[in-house]
Write a protein that binds this ligand. Structure first.
Ligand code: 2AM
Length: 484
């Protein structure tokens, strides 16, 4: 048996196994390995039976079975396990060989690993992989970044196994060092936002319009035929109508305390670090935090009153549902505009040359946020690769103009009725802030100068920083030598 493998894959949990089977389906010979080596034989004798997949008994054995330059992909637990395998692999590899981390690693780790491996003449790829187990098996969205020299060697495998959208692979080179994992992180943040927006829309249908779960499911199914066509709307339509064995809706029996694994939080942290107003994703993370304070909410619900004027009357239910659809669509536009603002900021901070249209295409299929909408984002960046903000693209400008009146009507109703809509509301606040030539930050500057002599800049004298003695008589402006 001296058949050499095209790639090795370490990590035989479900994601790893499914990626191997997917690669095999596309004609690549894969060598499988796992820390617990018995799992290799089990995999070969069961899931991989009758395929061209080969196995290895040790890392040395695995490396000896690979074509050069060797490509070793890891799908192991993020963190120490990745570093442990890298440390063991380095002495076994030669200059130009490629180590790929397909796990859910933090982008800062990928930046560090790329730099350290490149210093050893090895190539590193940190790749986002999205689409869950099903995606891994039949077509994930792949977001590889790292050492650019690795890309031509892994491109046929990655683009071969990735999901396709209109015949194009949902996989392209993202950028240097940690760019792939960064973009995957933003994908997950956007996923948090999309999920929370849909929850808010369902909440409004239930408590403002008074609809039951089956009616909500029907509306979502309708929405899924138009601008909002997406995987998350589709599965939520299924969830809302799903009945338990006793005939009751299962969703109503689930505890309203959302879990999280951290990628939404990382996205928000990165936004704060960069000073980017990623308000919608931030609110979606906080909404999960608030939901998980279940006991506190139960106590508070018995003591804190809502609005006194009672339930808002909806005269034209059909019109209100259309307003709600527009509110959801407009908020989604804001969320993606903010997500791309964040990536633009990161590209500047980390020196990445990100291909924004390519990123939209990578997310167009295969992953959790896949949607028709991403096709429009792809088009916007194809028209203008230097587009500064999605909101300034003609398509999205017209769309948000068309939606905004309905969006405002819905939010007026939910505010009057006391329904929490952190994402729908923060999206509108962002829109109104972003389109404002003048915001009240001049008062903040005055306050900062008043209590801390932080100085301010006069509109009439750009670049000049001045301080005023606000408590002194006359309050005259005096020049200052310090730059705040
Ligand atoms: P195992 O089967 O030997 O547990 C997902 O958990 C994958 O990551 C599995 O393949 C698992 O290997 C691997 N993994 C988890 N923790 C690890 C560690 N500390 N070192 C190496 N592999 C690890």
């Amino acid at each position: 048996m001296d058949k050499k493998a095209d790639i090795a894959l370490i990590g035989l949990a479900v994601m790893g196994q499914n990626l191997i089977l997917n690669m095999n389906d596309h004609g690549f010979v894969v060598c499988a390995f796992n820390r617990t080596v018995e799992k290799v034989d089990h995999f070969l004798a069961n899931e991989a039976k009758g395929t061209k997949i080969i196995g290895a008994k040790s890392l040395e054995d695995m490396v000896s079975k690979l074509k050069k330059p060797r490509k070793v992909m890891m799908l192991v637990k993020a963190g120490a396990a990745v570093d442990a395998f890298i440390d063991k692999l380095v002495p076994l590899l030669e200059a130009g060989d490629i180590i790929i981390d397909g796990g859910n690693s933090e982008y800062t780790d990928s930046i560090r690993r790329a730099k350290s491996l490149e210093a050893k003449n090895l190539l590193f790829v940190g790749s986002g992989v999205s689409g869950g187990e099903e995606g891994a098996r039949y077509g994930p969205s792949l977001m590889p970044g790292g050492s650019p020299k690795a890309w031509p060697h892994i491109k046929p495998i990655f683009q071969g196994i990735a999901a396709k959208s209109d015949g194009e692979p949902c996989c392209d080179w993202v950028g240097e060092d940690g760019a792939g994992h960064y973009v995957k992180m933003v994908h997950n943040g956007i996923e948090y936002g999309d999920m929370q927006l849909i929850c808010e829309a369902c909440h409004i249908m239930k408590d403002v319009v008074g609809m039951n779960n089956d009616e909500i499911s029907q509306v979502l199914t309708e929405w899924n035929k138009g601008e909002l066509d997406s995987f998350l709307i589709e599965i939520t339509a299924d969830i809302m109508k799903f009945r338990d064995t006793d005939g009751l809706h299962l969703v109503d029996k689930i505890k309203d305390a959302a879990g999280q694994k951290g990628t939404g939080k990382w996205t928000a942290i990165s936004a704060l670090d960069q000073g980017m107003p990623l308000t919608l994703i931030g609110e979606s993370v906080f909404a999960r935090c608030l939901s998980s304070l279940k006991d506190e909410r139960v106590t508070a619900s018995k003591q804190l009153k809502g609005p006194t004027q009672g339930v808002v009357k909806i005269d034209d239910k059909k019109k209100f549902i259309e307003d709600l659809r527009q509110a959801l669509y407009a908020s989604k536009i804001i969320s993606y505009a903010q997500g791309f603002m964040l990536m633009r900021g990161a590209a500047k901070a980390y020196n990445w040359d990100l291909n924004y249209g390519g990123i939209a295409l990578m997310w167009r299929g295969g992953c959790i946020i896949r949607s028709a909408f991403l096709g429009e984002i792809k088009k916007a960046f194809a028209k203008n690769p230097k587009l500064e903000n999605l909101l300034l693209d003609d398509f999205f400008k017209v769309a948000i103009h068309k939606c905004q009146d309905g969006w405002r009507r819905v939010l007026s109703a939910v505010v009057l009725q006391g329904i929490p809509t952190p994402c729908l509301s923060s999206a509108l606040a962002f829109y109104d802030g972003y389109r404002s030539e003048r915001v009240p930050a001049n008062i903040i500057q005055a306050q900062r100068d008043y209590f801390g002599a932080h100085t301010y800049e006069l509109l009439s004298e750009p670049g000049k920083h001045v301080h005023t003695n606000w408590t002194g008589r006359g309050g005259q402006v005096s020049s200052s030598s310090y730059n705040a």
